[in-house]
Design a protein around this ligand. Structure first.
Ligand code: ACM
Length: 390
């Protein structure tokens, strides 16, 4: 083996360490780093370690674009692990197109997108929104109040949820947005309006710092999650740690992974994570996708080498990995992943009790062409009495 063959293989990493989404993106960064350490400890890619080149884009789309450009133009990197908000993914895609790069994107998003330059490892709407709409309407009722942060993911995700609710004979009570930097007062004012209107449930697409403010405003108003919970696709263990377990308890999230998932791979992975980063850190769906996508990438590099994006794309398509949530697979046609939908209810310890889950993975259908819940398995059935308005 010559010296050259042991040179590190550089990959870019763009997760915000500051700004409104830094909590969840820090978690994505730790999931990525855990996987990279595992890969390097196991000998890297044929003896070559992976080396991360990372910048802090501060939760600002313009910096994602600038740093993606720098990674390609100056650092010679073609593969980026990163991005949380849809606005940041969208900022990076033109750079990837220009340089023929590849983004592995570990975040739940609104779907209705395909890029040859992106592998999407978070849930698509047929893997979380459909399940959540069905569950909430069955358990709580059909009048929904939609609220979100003021950018693309919440608009699109709320549109999908309102279509799903209206299609099933439900009612959209209101739809409102607050800026990403909204303050506690803004959330309190919104909660006062919601209390008055008394919908059956709230669908929140608020992300980042606002999440804790929303749930705290809800708790402070004395509202009862067993009667009118907040349902979300993004509020996970990391946000709950920020707001406090008591504030989150009883609210509902739909996601393919929770820290409480009972698989051998998850137990091993959570233990390794705690050994490496400390027991006070929690895992979550974005952490898990960041972790498994890095292993998928390393396996693809072992098969076809690290240098050609075209060859790596070919190797990634159809590839599988035994992830903490269960086996996952990259779809050959749409670049999204087969994932295992689940519905969780936040408990008193900052974890989720898994109420329902798919028996098998669900093929990603990012354009929501069709969907089925035939493989759905109910673990805990909530009482129909919860349907009555507060
Ligand atoms: C998101 O903006 N995809 C959470």
């Amino acid at each position: 083996m010559n010296a050259h063959s042991q040179d590190p293989i550089r990959v870019g990493m763009l997760f915000s360490e500051t700004g409104v989404t830094s909590v969840i993106e820090t978690s994505e960064r730790m999931g990525t780093l855990l996987a990279i350490e595992e890969i390097n400890d196991a000998g890297g890619i044929d003896g070559r370690p992976l080396e991360v080149v990372r910048y802090d884009p501060q939760s600002r789309p313009v910096l994602y674009r600038e740093y993606a450009e720098r990674l390609m133009a100056e650092d010679g990197v073609r593969i980026i692990l990163g991005c949380y908000m849809t606005s940041t993914r969208r900022a990076v895609i033109p750079v990837l197109e220009r340089w023929n790069g590849l983004l592995l994107y570990p975040t739940v998003y609104e779907g209705f997108e395909y890029s040859r330059h992106v592998i999407y490892t978070g849930a698509a709407p047929n893997q979380n929104s459909v399940q959540l709409a069905e569950f909430m309407m069955r358990a709580f009722g059909s009048r929904v109040w939609l609220l979100g942060s003021d950018y693309m993911y919440p608009y699109e995700s709320n549109r999908i949820m309102s279509d799903l609710v209206l299609e099933r004979g439900g009612e959209k009570v209101a739809e409102q947005y607050l800026p990403l930097d909204a303050r506690r007062d803004d959330y309190e004012a919104m909660i006062r309006q919601i209390k008055k209107a008394a919908p059956d449930f709230i669908f929140s697409t608020v992300v980042g710092e606002g999440t804790a403010m929303l749930y705290r405003a809800y708790a402070d108003a004395g509202l009862d999650p067993s009667r009118m919970p907040i349902a979300s696709l993004t509020t996970c263990e990391a946000e709950i740690q920020q707001m406090g377990a008591a504030v989150a308890a009883g609210h509902i999230t739909s996601a393919p992974y929770f820290q409480s998932v009972d698989t051998e791979a998850n137990r091993r992975c959570v233990a390794a994570f705690h050994r490496r980063f400390g027991d006070d850190h929690v895992t979550n769906q974005c952490w898990e996708a960041a972790y498994f996508q890095t292993h998928l990438l390393a396996n693809a590099m072992r098969r076809v080498g690290p240098d050609s994006v075209a060859a790596l794309l070919g190797a990634l398509q159809g590839s599988e990995f035994e992830a903490p949530q269960g086996l996952v697979r990259v779809d050959e046609q749409n670049h999204h992943c087969y994932l295992r939908p689940r519905i969780g209810r936040a408990d008193a310890h900052g974890q989720f009790e898994i109420l329902e889950e798919a028996r098998e993975w669900v093929r990603p259908d990012p354009y929501l062409v069709s969907h089925t819940l035939e493989d759905w398995s109910v673990k805990v059935r909530l009482e129909p009495s919860k349907v009555e308005p507060a």
